[in-house]
Design a protein around this ligand. Sequence first.
Ligand SMILES: Nc1ncnc2c1ncn2[C@@H]1O[C@H](COP(=O)(O)OP(=O)(O)OP(=O)(O)O)[C@@H](O)[C@H]1O
Ligand SMILES: [Mg+2]
Length: 258
Amino acid sequence: MEQLEAHSLRYSQGGRLLIDTLDLTLKPGEMVALIGPNGAGKSTLLRLLTGFLTPDHGECRLGNRPLDEWPRERLAQRRAVMRQQNPVTFSLPVEAVVAMGRAPWPSADANGIVQQTMALAGCDELAGRDYRQLSGGEQQRVQLARVLAQLWQNGAPRGWLFLDEPTSALDLFWQQQTLRLLHRLSRQHDFSVCAVLHDLNLAALWADRILLLHQGRLVAQGSPQEVMTEATLTRWYQADLRVASRHESDRPVIQLRA
Ligand SMILES: Nc1ncnc2c1ncn2[C@@H]1O[C@H](COP(=O)(O)OP(=O)(O)OP(=O)(O)O)[C@@H](O)[C@H]1O
Ligand SMILES: [Mg+2]
């Protein structure tokens, strides 16, 4: 599987520099968490990395080819994006939303794949419901099934999955289920994950690597233990917090102070 690289990315809009000379490499099979305060540029960076925005300077490459030289359909078979918001304006059964993920593929067995990814994402019990009538968390699980369906190939998801705050509407059970699932899939298949997460404890528990973005620049990156220190998080989030971990090898636990 190819790696994804960004070289000297710069992007501005409305006279503001949103991404400032940013370099990064995402390795195949990795689970990466992108963190940072509101407005840091996380969603913008995700759009650049997935080819939905074109940088003013620099480029993104998937494998040995710049993103903008990938044929649209081939790219859609290699990477999928779950956005922060997914509005649907008309009545649509859940299965139809998930089946939209199969658009880049010739019609082979969309139905079977839809059933499998709905079961994986824990939304098989939502079958037949109107998407617009689902709760926020239920809609988020359906969107996860949709992007898994988009990357489904020979019985498993393959390629790159980008998710923008995929757990923001989920309860504790589904936060755990979702991150366990993504982690397991990244271990078992040619499947890589890059997720924007605001919940630093979820990021600390499941990410192989953390990227910390602040005002459009990558200000820290490394393992959870390396990035999630009291000094680093306090500096970039300006929050009054404490980082606990019993042993140095443990995943850090981030606690806000009352
Ligand atoms: N079209 C635009 N014109 C001008 N500024 C914009 C535009 N779109 C986004 N921005 C600004 O760019 C910055 C980065 O936005 P972005 O959505 O990438 O942040 P984010 O890190 O995803 O934040 P959040 O955690 O709140 O989702 C913000 O300050 C935002 O106001
Ligand atoms: Mg965002």
